[in-house]
Ligand binder design. Structure first.
Ligand code: ZN
Ligand code: FE
Length: 257
C-alpha cells in the first residue's frame, strides 16, 4: 500500500492510498487532480471516504463517483452528496482489504468523523479531516469547546506512532501560534525548524504523529502548566479547567495574526 497526499486548492490535501491497482481517496474537494493522478498511475478508484460536509472536502465527490462508480462513505447527520454509505462511531469500514474504524469527532462540524486503521505496514494510520491539524485544530463551526476537546482527547488516546493525515497544510502558522503559547517548548522549536525546511522545499509537513502532537500541539496540552498559565494570562477571567483552557486557546487562535 502506498500513501500519498495530493495538494488541492490553496492548502488542502486529498489523501490517497493504493495497492498498485485500486485506490482510496479521502475528502476529494475537487475531481480533476484526483483523476489525473489515477490516470498517471493506472489506478481504478475503489472508494471515497468523507470526514465532513464542507465543500473543500466533498466538491469532487459527484464527478469522481460518476467517472469511476466508486463507493462513497461518509458520516451520518451531515448533509452529503447522495448516494453514499453512512457510517457512525464504532462502525468498521472494509476498504481494499483494510478495516477502518470510525471515530466520531464533533466540534468543527456536528457530524465530523475520522477513520482509523490500527495497522498498515507497521504503524497505525488516521484520516482526521479538519479536526486535528499539526500544531492546531479545526475551528468550531458547529460544536462547543467541550465537544472539540472531547474529540481531540479521543484522537490523542490513539497509539503514539499513529500517522496523522490532516487535510490542510496549516502547520507553520499553527506552530507560530503554538510558540506564542509555549515559547520555551524545545520540541516545538525543533519541530518548527524541521517544518520550515520542508516547506522551503515545497514538501508537506504531514503526516504528523499522535506522539509528536502530544508534545507540540497546544490544543492537546490544556493540562500542561505552561499552557494553563499562558491561557490564564491571556484571559484571567476564563475557566481554568481543561475545557476552559482549551476554549481560551481556541478564541485566542481565532484572532491570532
Ligand atoms: Zn472543514
Ligand atoms: Fe477543510
Amino acid at each position: 500500500m502506498q500513501i500519498h497526499p495530493l495538494a488541492a486548492f490553496a492548502d488542502n490535501y486529498i489523501w490517497t492510498l493504493h495497492d498498485g491497482q485500486r485506490a482510496l481517496v479521502v475528502d476529494p474537494g475537487e475531481a480533476a487532480g484526483v483523476q489525473g493522478w489515477l490516470m498517471q498511475h493506472g489506478l481504478v478508484l475503489d472508494t471515497i471516504l468523507i470526514t465532513h460536509h464542507h465543500a473543500d472536502h466533498t466538491g469532487g465527490v459527484a464527478a469522481l463517483r460518476e467517472a469511476s462508480g466508486a463507493r462513497v462513505i461518509g458520516p451520518t447527520v451531515e448533509p452529503m452528496p447522495e448516494p453514499l454509505q453512512r457510517v457512525d462511531h464504532g462502525d468498521t469500514v472494509e476498504v481494499m482489504g483494510l478495516s477502518f474504524q470510525v471515530i466520531k469527532v464533533p466540534g468543527h462540524t456536528a457530524g465530523h468523523i475520522a477513520y482509523f486503521l490500527p495497522a498498515l505496514d507497521g504503524a497505525p494510520l488516521l484520516f482526521c479531516g479538519d479536526t486535528l491539524f499539526s500544531g492546531g485544530c479545526g475551528r468550531l463551526f458547529e460544536g462547543t469547546p467541550a465537544h472539540m476537546h472531547a474529540s481531540l482527547a479521543r484522537l490523542a488516546a490513539l497509539p503514539d506512532d499513529t500517522r496523522v493525515c490532516c487535510t490542510h497544510e496549516y502547520t507553520l502558522s499553527n506552530l507560530r501560534f503554538a510558540l506564542a503559547v509555549e515559547p520555551m517548548n524545545a520540541d516545538l522549536q525543533r519541530h518548527r525548524a524541521h517544518c520550515e525546511a520542508l516547506r522551503e522545499r515545497n514538501l508537506p509537513t504531514l503526516p504528523s504523529s499522535i506522539g509528536l502532537e502530544k508534545k507540540i500541539n497546544p490544543f492537546l496540552r490544556s493540562r500542561e502548566d505552561a499552557v494553563r498559565q499562558a491561557a490564564h494570562a491571556r484571559d484571567p477571567l476564563a475557566a481554568t479547567d481543561e475545557v476552559g483552557v482549551f476554549a481560551t486557546l481556541r478564541e485566542w487562535k481565532n484572532v491570532f495574526r
